[in-house]
Design a binder for this molecule. Structure first.
Ligand SMILES: Cc1cc2nc3c(=O)[nH]c(=O)nc-3n(C[C@H](O)[C@H](O)[C@H](O)COP(=O)(O)OP(=O)(O)OC[C@H]3O[C@@H](n4cnc5c(N)ncnc54)[C@H](O)[C@@H]3O)c2cc1C
Length: 270
């Protein structure tokens, strides 16, 4: 018979995160929501108990727990408020698992390591003002320039756009090739200067205590070494990232509170 019980380590993880959330997040979320105030320390707080590295191998700065542990952690964060779960969903599910799956060894050390250790917060720049569900219709471009690319365009509705250090950005390297013309790039805000600008989306109808914003790029130079996957792999990369992101959002996949479990045990999907 299938054993659906949590392991002692998973039980302990849930207790630790639940206790932490009840002390650090629950007492302030109502006031932050009413005041439309984003706590810039959320990521640092999550990092203080090691959550950014929850399911990544220790060689990349993580804690080597399983994929189900990521779902359990997200469930506890979501229980307090979507704002907290979103930070981890995007950082680990969308971006971290994407680099773990698609990145080279060098890219994992350069990008995933600082993310898993909780030193750098990452966001995911896919959606555009005229390209939401229909990802392939994106208009942002990445033009070759020697050993680099110049990224131009706008991303919108990006969680943590204003607070993230790292960004996984999707742009067209071949605008005529539809989904096959999309490529993925890691961007370091600290190295981007005025070619990169972010701003929050004001007057949102929900997630008032969250950071949701836009990214503006004008000839933002990104080294070829920071392209994730091959040229034209971006659509596949994005869809793979979204698979992991959805797992962290749809807590029914790990829904211990409702008594159902996914039984997933591996690290991020490959
Ligand atoms: C709080 C929040 C956080 C977000 N965070 C991020 C993030 O971190 N990074 C990021 O890149 N994006 C993010 N997004 C954007 C999100 O991924 C998009 O909103 C989503 O992809 C839908 O795109 P859209 O809003 O343009 O809606 P549209 O694509 O315009 O869809 C509008 C409606 O039309 C329906 N629809 C669309 N196409 C079809 C079709 N062919 N047939 C039938 N119905 C259709 C949709 O189901 C939907 O109901 C976030 C959005 C929100 C609200």
């Amino acid at each position: 018979m299938l054993d659906l019980a949590l392991t002692p380590d998973q039980e302990q993880l849930v207790e630790t995160v639940r206790d932490f959330c009840s002390r650090e997040f629950a007492p302030r979320i109502a006031a932050d929501d009413r005041a439309v105030r984003h706590d810039p320390e959320i990521f640092a707080k999550l990092a203080s108990i090691g959550l950014p590295g929850v399911c990544f191998p220790q060689r990349y700065g993580g804690h080597g727990l399983d994929y189900l542990s990521l779902g359990l952690v997200c469930e506890e964060l979501e229980y307090v408020d979507t704002v907290y779960r979103t930070v981890l969903s995007v950082h680990v599910g969308l971006v971290g698992c994407g680099i773990y799956t698609w990145g080279t060894e060098e890219q994992k050390q350069r990008w995933l390591g600082p993310m898993a250790r909780g030193e750098k917060l990452a966001c995911f720049g896919l959606t555009e003002p005229n390209a939401g569900s229909d990802v392939a219709s994106m208009q942002a471009t990445a033009k070759r320039s020697g050993g680099s690319y110049l990224l131009s365009g706008q991303k919108v509705w990006v969680s943590d756009a204003d607070t993230a250090d790292f960004m996984l950005i999707f742009a067209k390297t071949d605008p005529k090739a539809g989904a096959r013309g999309v490529s993925a790039f890691m961007v370091d805000r600290a190295a981007s200067g005025k070619a990169l600008r972010t701003e929050p989306i004001e007057g949102r109808l929900g997630i008032h205590a969250g950071d949701v914003g836009s990214i503006f790029m004008t000839d933002l130079e990104v080294d070829e070494a920071d392209r994730i996957g091959d040229e034209g792999d971006g659509f596949k990369v994005a869809m793979g990232c979204l698979d992991n992101g959805r797992y962290t959002i749809d807590t029914r996949t790990s829904a211990r509170r409702s008594g159902r479990r996914s039984g997933a045990t591996s690290s991020c999907s490959r």
